[in-house]
Every structure is written in C-alpha cells, then in structure tokens.
Write a protein that binds this ligand. Sequence first.
Ligand code: SF4
Length: 286
Amino acid sequence: MSIKIITPVAEFAELLPQEYKDLVAHGPYNERRFVRDLGTFKEIVDEHPHCAGCGVALAIRLLAAALPSPADTLIVGTPGCSFFALIQTALNYSNTAFGNQNAVATGLKRMLEIRFPHVHKDVVVVAGDGGIADIGLDLTLHSWFRREKITTVMLDNEVYANTGGQESGMSRQGQVLNMAPRGKHFPKIPVFELAKVSGCVYGVRVTVASPHKVGRAIRNAILIARELGPTYVQVYTPCPTNMKFPPNQTLKVAKEAEKDHYSYEEFMSAEAAEYLVQSKAESKEM
Ligand code: SF4
C-alpha cells in the first residue's frame, strides 16, 4: 500500500491511533530497511492472528521486512494459514480462489506493466504448500513455463493446517497427521526441483531458523523477477499446532530440519548471477 494512501489528511492526523501514526512516520516505506533492522522501525506486520509459535507468522514478518519496495508491491495469496496475517498488513494484498494465485498474479503483473510502464510493480505470490503444490500446482508450473516475471513464495508447513490437519503433497512420507493417522504413503512433492527445470531463473530452499537467508532470498528473488523471469522461494515454516510440539520450539524444529530434509539450497541462471553482482555494485556506489 502506498505511503500516499495511508498518509492521513492534516485534519485527521492527530486523531489517529499512535500505532498508525508510527507506521506512517517510521514504517519501511521508501526506506532501505531489511531483516537485520527488525526492531528498529515500525513494521508493516507486528501483530498476527496465528497460533503462538507459528512458523508461518515468522516467515511473513521476515518477508515484509525484506521487500525491496513495499509501497510498490502487490502480494497475491490464497486461503490457508498463509493469508491470515497478510490480509491485515499495510500492504497491497489480493486473495484468490484456492490455487488460482499464480494465474491471478500473472494477470495483475501484466496489467501493472501496462498501467505503470516506468515503475517496478513487484507481484509476489505468497501461499502455503496446499495452495502451491496441490490445488494450484498446474497454475504455478504454467506461470513458470510462460516465464512470468513474478516471485512465488511457498510457506511450507507440510500440512493442511487450518482445516484440521490433512496431509498435503508437501507432507513427508510416513508423516502422521490428525487426518492421516496411518501416515502419508508417498514422498514430498519435489516442487523445488520442479522450479529448476520449469523456467525459474532463481530459487532458494530455506527455513525460518535462518532469518537473514530468508530475507536475502526474498529480496534477490523479487529483484531478479523484475528483470529476468519467474523466481521461487520455499520456506519451511513448522506448525506447532498440527505437529504437536511446544510453541517455543519452532526454531529448534526448523534448525533440525536444516540438518535433515530442509538443507539450504540456491540455484540461479547465469543471467541472474550477473544481475545480482551488478545490482550489488550499483547499490554500493549509491
Ligand atoms: S495451525 Fe499451524 S500454520 Fe496455522 S496458524 Fe496455527 S501454528 Fe500456524
């Protein structure tokens, strides 16, 4: 959401809650802020409706802090725990029918390019594993095949969390869930590997236990998508409610996953690597 839109008219400026005033005066709009600066400025998201210790909530906070241009970003989401906090952020947000997010994002990106040819309008899909790997897999892959200049972020909690705990395509083989009491029968869908061969020019697999890596991945993915094509970030966001671990153990669970099935991985095309070197050099010069 643009700073212009949230800035109150002078007559109302004093009447608004302090929180709101702080966001306008000290929020990340038009500023160079990053994950390392969290705690030093008024955040776009600082309260959320998720369960205590939710990995998804943490990932959304990191994502919001890492956006290169929050005022010119449109987040496209889909039902699930992934959209709870996003609908109450001070960002432009569009929700979709379940699984349609990459198709909707495609249309919005193309429309924004025509309407604002001289401004980078970043379109970022933020959805859960169910929305991306199950119901929306075909639309996700086709947006990559078409080389749409959008970033897709999967918040992977490995379960359909807000409908009681059914297995998702991203649940691990053998994983026992509320509604999969005998354990899942087939392996996790390799969406990260699919991204590599389906047209994504940059991709990262990471967990919320590495906040700086999450922030860097999101930022790189959005900058590269502006110029070169689709990008993908897959973030492991453990769910204490469905996985039945104490809420204060989320980072420990994520850390353990890094040693097991969620090791950090990054890929990028030669053009994307060149672009990152160039944009780093330019930002040093500024
Ligand atoms: S059910 Fe799990 S993923 Fe959903 S809000 Fe609660 S902790 Fe987060």
